[in-house]
Each structure stands twice: as C-alpha cells, then as structure tokens.
Ligand binder design. Structure first.
Ligand SMILES: Nc1ncnc2c1ncn2[C@@H]1O[C@H](COP(=O)(O)OP(=O)(O)OP(=O)(O)O)[C@@H](O)[C@H]1O
Ligand SMILES: [Mg+2]
Length: 409
C-alpha cells in the first residue's frame, strides 16, 4: 500500500499551506482486500492512511472478518492488536478458518503508547485494534473503555493514520441500543464507520457503511457465518426468500434497496382476534410506529376493522428494513392475513403509502423490478406512477390502498 504523509482529510498536517492541486491523492491507491463484499462497502477497497471504525454486537463476527482479510491476503502485513483475546485464541480461530500462511503479526498488549511505538517500527499495511474499548493510556486515571480513554486513544490512532500513513481499523463495542459505545465524537474522528449486524441465531450477517468519507454510505455487504468463518453471499435475495411459501395468507414479497443493492425480502403478517382487552401490536424487523400508522391507514382508508385484532408483523430471515417502499407490502400482508386469502402468486409488491391511503412512487423502481424478475417473479404491484418502467413483468398499477388490496387478493 502507498503511504500518504500529506493529510487529505482533517488538516493535521504541520507543513505549510499546500495548494489543492499539489496534494497527491489517487483512487488507484486503494487496497483491495479481495473480500469483495467488504471492498464494496468501503467504496472500492481500503483507502491508505484512513481510520475506520467497525462496530457490532458481541460475537457477531468482527474479529473473524479481520482474520478473513488475512486469509485472503497472505502477503498483507497486518498488525493485530489483541485486547479482547489471547494470542493463542487468535491462532486457534485462524486455524479454524483455515489460514495457512500469513504475514500477519499479533500483538498482545493494550497500552496504546506501546502499541503506537510498535506500529511506527513495524509500519504495517493494516493496523487492527481489537478493540478500542480495551486499549488505554497509562497516564490517564480512568479505566479502559471510559469515554476519556476511548476519545484519547482514538485521537492518537487518528494521528498515526494521518501522519504516519498507517491504515487503521478499530473494532468498537455497541451499546444495547445498537450505537457504538463510547463518545459520539468517535464517529466524527474516523473516516469510515461500518456496522456489522445480524441475528445471533441466524447465519447471515450484514456489513453496512454508516458513514464513509471515501464512498457512498449505507452500502451493504452480505456474509454468512459458517465453520470456516465468513463466506460472501453473492445473491442475498435467494437467502432471504429461501423458505418462502406463497400459498400462505399474510406472506408478501417486496424489494428493499440496501445501499445501491436491491434485495427481495418476505413480509409476514398474522392478524388474529385478540383474546385480551388491549390488542397486541408486535413487529420484528420493521418500525413499530410505522406499523401502527399503516394499521390506522388501513382502518380509515380501506375500512378494515383491526381494533379488535392482534397484529404481528415479521420480516423473514431476521432482516431489518427501513425502506418506505415496503409499506404497500405490509398493507397487503395485513389485509391478506385478515381476510385469510393468500396474495396473487408470483407477485412482488412495492410502494410507499401516504396517510390518505394513496400509493406513492419510490426510487429505483427498475432496479427492484429487475431483481424480482431475476428471482422468477412474473407480476408486480406498483404505484400507478411507475407505469412504463422496464421489467418484463406484468405491471399492476395502483393509486389507493383499497384498489391495491382488491387486486392483490
Ligand atoms: N466452530 C465454529 N463453527 C461455526 N461458527 C463458529 C465456530 N466458532 C465460533 N463461531 C462463530 O463465530 C462467532 C464469533 O465471532 P467473532 O469472535 O469474530 O465475533 P466478534 O464480533 O469478534 O465478537 P466479540 O465482540 O466477542 O469479540 C460466534 O458467535 C460463532 O457464531
Ligand atoms: Mg472479537
């Protein structure tokens, strides 16, 4: 990897002012990790001299992902600071995922000043700090993982990256709410923030760029955890639709955009009469308040009485969706379960729903349709405004939810 001594992102360079045109920078200097899902999320590979923060729940596979990089790039001079585990544990995991030959070195200390001295001497191509919550500076009184320690240590690592050109990746813990633990300022200090997410009980993992100074944010990579470590999932739609049953009422397939990537997911609803006073409203993988809103729209605009019904909504496969293009599929799933009638076979449902019950258009319609067609869907229920979108599928355009329900069931 090329070294960049001139700071291009944060103005820490202590040289004279430099003319913009004289600052060296080239896209070609990116280091491709060859873990292609990771490279995509990074915006095309590791930017030299950048500082990256990787957050994620305990046990999700953060350390494994780092070793995966070492496995695919035996020549990469990686310096791995193991604060969470012993060197022997790292070796054991490396054996499990099948690293045979590697230039990677493991450093078992957490005193950050010593770590930095080693990094300066070794000049690794990639420095991994596992994790930022375990390293500390001895002159500070507070414990490792405290806000003060995390902030100070990250600042030192930022200087190391920018001044010495050491590309650095810090692993960070997340809080119960899913934020990266430690001060919010941590996210401002780094160039890229990646989140590794997924359900512990399931095999697939999503790597998401939350912030990226060198590429688009919200880009997503998909992995599957197995005995040999993480494998890349080239066709995620297949993964999320693998157990779909179209004959069951309440099941509807839609397409979400994850970054620049369309992914088919299955929305499942179960609507049953409540046996207690207050009806249940439970949602998994979909915003609970949005669900309440859509239920209210269904009641008011389609005359569907759900007040005496328990409503359960689930996005199959443990996916979490935030794309409003899922609204119409949620509406159709609820109506389908309520009436106990499956939706039209081989149909993909996409559209945003407004408070008036109107179906609003969504971006990237053609990409979504293409993905649906690729997965064998033959009909699409879409906002009427999207008429004309290329797809090769039968187009069913709808303007209002009552119309959509009539056509879908
Ligand atoms: N023999 C195995 N076969 C399959 N999967 C395994 C095996 N051993 C461990 N794993 C998986 O690897 C995961 C641990 O991954 P890893 O240690 O990389 O996570 P992490 O995000 O670094 O966790 P932490 O926050 O605790 O450091 C386990 O949750 C488990 O799912
Ligand atoms: Mg770990």
């Amino acid at each position: 990897m090329e070294r960049h001594k001139v700071d291009i992102s944060s103005g820490h360079g202590d040289e004279k002012p430099v003319k913009l045109a004289e600052i060296n920078y080239s896209e070609e200097n990116r280091y491709k990790t060859k873990v292609s899902e990771l490279d995509r999320v990074l915006g095309g590979g590791l930017m030299p001299a950048s500082l990256i923060l990787l957050g994620g729940d305990p046990g999700i596979g953060k350390s494994t992902l780092m070793l995966q990089i070492a496995k695919i790039n035996p020549e990469l001079r990686m310096l791995y600071v193991a604060g969470e585990e012993s060197a022997a544990q790292i070796r054991q995991r490396a054996d499990r995922i099948g690293i045979q030959k590697s230039e990677m070195k493991v450093l078992g200390i957490t005193d950050l000043d010593k770590v930095i001295a080693h990094a300066k001497a070794e000049q690794p191509e990639l420095l991994v700090i596992d994790s930022i919550q375990t390293v500390y500076r001895s002159q500070l009184g507070s414990l490792p993982g405290s806000i003060q320690q995390v902030r100070e240590c990250a600042a030192l690592l930022q200087q190391l990256a920018k001044r010495e050109g050491v590309t650095t990746l810090m692993i960070g813990h997340v809080t119960k709410e899913g934020d990266i633990a430690g001060p919010r300022i941590l996210e401002h200090m780094v160039d890229t923030v990646l989140h590794f997410e997924g359900d512990q009980s399931r095999l697939h993992r999503l790597l998401r760029s939350v912030k990226n100074r060198f590429g688009p944010a919200q880009e997503v990579g998909v992995f599957e955890m197995n005995e040999q470590g993480l494998s890349e999932v080239v066709n995620p739609s297949e993964l999320f639709l693998s157990e779909m049953d179209q004959e069951v009422s309440g099941n509807v397939v839609t397409c979400v955009m994850e970054g620049s990537r369309p992914m088919l997911v299955e929305v499942q609803a179960l609507v049953t009469p409540s046996s207690y006073g207050t009806p249940q409203r439970t949602s998994s993988g979909f915003d609970q308040r949005r669900l309440s809103l859509l239920i209210a729209v269904l009641e008011k605009r389609a005359g569907m009485q759900l007040s005496g019904q328990d409503v359960y909504l689930n996005i199959a496969g443990g996916m979490k969706v935030a794309d409003t293009a899922v609204d119409l599929a949620v509406i159709c799933a609820l109506a389908s379960s309520f009436k106990d009638k499956p939706v039209l076979q081989n149909t993909m449902v996409v559209g945003e729903v407004g408070l008036g019950g109107e179906i609003r258009s969504v971006p990237h319609v053609e990409q979504r349709l293409k993905e649906g067609a690729k997965m064998g869907f033959t009909k699409s229920l879409l906002p009427d405004k999207s008429r004309g979108a290329e797809s090769g599928m039968e187009f069913i355009g709808v303007k209002y939810i009552h119309q959509a329900i009539r056509k879908a069931l």
